[in-house]
Design a protein around this ligand. Structure first.
Ligand code: UD1
Ligand code: UDP
Length: 372
């Protein structure tokens, strides 16, 4: 039987690999499956694992406050060596473009395990933007044996880099599998949302905000906050709900700039079911998140992206996502236009599924059962 190790470390990786881990674990006759949690994130990751009921067989516990790229990478490589020697997996699954992804790929390459990269082939034109994610995913592509791409355009990016076509499998994005699973769970257990509902103001339309990327640290997040403040003052019928990332470089600025505005609601990061419920209840989303850009088209929610480049052109082409950057005036103008112009709003809010129909996990496991 083949031995499979899943390595993950941050909130989005855990959300996107959770349905796949569960599927591999169900197939006990084919695979011995273990999980390794690097602990690049702590609270934000643990709540995902709780929701999907996933245990970590190995825990590397690397997170420290204000950690650096050097410390994350160095600790994961040296600690993962011990895990790889203990379990000796045939295949290691990594996801996306975080430092966990890149360091786990390198350690697995040193060990001689085959690397399976989920959400492969996303690209911008600039190695330093997003930083360091664009470099992380390119390094992972060089090391990986199998590349599970969300779309044909991500496959095309890999073909341009001379990756062999027989090792590229287009599957859709597993985030859609996770989203459908989460929406179904909320239907079954609506009481789980009660505590969040009690924190929101009554009879106001919701505008949801998330922001965390390194390129928005400093001036970027300050500009976003200034825009939210102005928009909140002008739009009293709306509430601006901001689950704030735990990174002190984000948290401190957001609380300094947006505290005590009556229609701005600052809350801690939400667990996955609460977050997707809130996305569904929102009129507009302002974000720099990658995962949110993928989920929003399925829910038909217009997204204003506060970044200069995106590796997710499908969502822009689908019309749900608009790339605006982090200039305060541009954010204000674009959000205000969406609030005031109902025909523009209706155009952006039609539902699309550029990232798949929720069957990505099935496609990945079928590939494994057939070819491995
Ligand atoms: C990381 C990823 C980024 C991904 C994001 C998802 C890298 C380099 N960055 O960025 O690609 O989009 O996760 O959210 O891999 N913290 C906590 N508790 C937590 C999580 C974070 O306190 O549960 C704080 C810590 O002080 C930590 C800091 O946030 O040092 C930054 O975490 P880090 O993983 O380095 O960066 P992110 O911005 O979260
Ligand atoms: N998310 C969540 N709670 C929050 C904010 C986001 O569960 O408070 C989910 C969101 O639905 C998406 C993922 O986290 O699936 C995105 O993570 P993040 O924005 O941190 O990282 P990125 O996708 O930008 O790498």
């Amino acid at each position: 039987m083949k031995k499979i190790l899943f390595v993950f470390g941050t909130r989005p990786e855990a959300i996107k690999v959770a349905p796949l881990i569960k599927k591999f674990q169900e197939n006990k006759d084919y695979f011995i499956t273990k999980t390794c949690n690097t602990g690049q994130h702590k609270e934000m990751l643990d709540q995902v694992l709780d929701f999907f009921q996933i245990e970590s067989d190995y825990k590397l516990n690397i997170m420290t406050e204000n950690q650096t790229l050097y410390s994350i990478t160095e600790k994961i490589i040296s600690k993962l060596k011990i895990v790889l020697e203990d379990f000796s997996p045939d295949y290691v699954f990594v996801h996306g473009d975080t430092s966990t992804t890149m360091a786990a790929s390198l350690a697995s390459f040193y060990h001689g395990a085959k690397i399976c990269h989920i959400e492969a082939g996303l690209r911008t034109s600039d190695l330093r933007n997003p930083f360091p994610e664009e470099a992380n995913r390119r390094i992972t592509s060089v090391l990986a044996n199998y590349h599970f791409c969300p779309t044909n355009s991500s496959k095309h990016n890999l073909l341009k880099e001379n990756i062999k076509e027989e090792n590229i499998i287009v599957t859709g994005n597993t985030v859609i599998d996770a989203l459908f699973y989460g929406l179904e769970k909320i239907k079954q257990k609506p009481h789980k949302i009660q505590s969040l509902k009690s924190k929101l103001l009554k009879n106001k339309k919701n505008i949801l905000i998330t922001c965390h990327r390194r390129e928005n640290h400093g001036e970027g997040i300050l500009n976003v906050c200034k825009a939210i403040k102005q928009l909140a003052i002008v739009n009293e019928n709306h509430q601006f709900i901001f689950p704030v990332h735990l990174n002190p470089k984000i948290l401190n600025i957001v609380h300094n700039e947006l505290n005590n505005i009556q229609n701005v609601v600052l809350i801690e990061p939400l667990d996955y079911p609460n977050f997707i419920w809130l996305m569904n209840e929102s009129q507009i989303i302002i974000t720099d998140s990658g995962g949110v850009q993928e989920e929003a088209p399925s829910l038909g929610k217009p997204v204003i992206v506060v970044r200069d480049e995106t590796e997710r052109p499908e969502a822009v082409e689908a019309g749900t996502v608009k790339l605006v950057g982090s200039d305060t005036e541009l954010i204000i103008n674009n959000v205000q236009e969406l609030i005031d112009n109902s025909s523009l709003y209706n155009k952006m809010s039609s539902a699309h599924n550029p990232y798949g129909d929720g069957n990505s996990v099935e496609k990945i496991i079928n590939f494994f059962k057939t070819y491995q």
